[in-house]
Design a binder for this molecule. Structure first.
Ligand code: ZN
Length: 81
């Protein structure tokens, strides 16, 4: 008789991976993003709008998106209230 049990590769698999959510950790400051976030689909990273503006990256498009998000965020909050 073979006493070996079945392999349990999937045992204890975590349900909350870092890639489970559309928003996650800011790629600039490494802090959790709560609320509006900017997503760079090319690199699959997300950023705080304020971090993007503060960092002033070379990518003009990202900078523009950060600027627009800073303008749009208070409007969205007022609209949602
Ligand atoms: Zn950040």
């Amino acid at each position: 008789m073979c006493a070996r049990g079945p392999a349990r590769d999937s045992d204890g698999m975590p349900s909350g991976g870092p890639h489970d959510h559309a928003t996650g950790t800011c790629a600039i400051c490494a802090r959790a993003i709560e609320g509006p976030a900017l997503a760079d689909h090319a690199s699959a990273r997300v950023f705080h709008p304020e971090c993007v503006v503060a960092q002033a990256p070379e990518d003009a498009l990202i900078r523009l998106l950060g600027f627009l998000a800073l303008i749009a965020t208070p409007t969205v909050l007022l609209w949602a209230a």
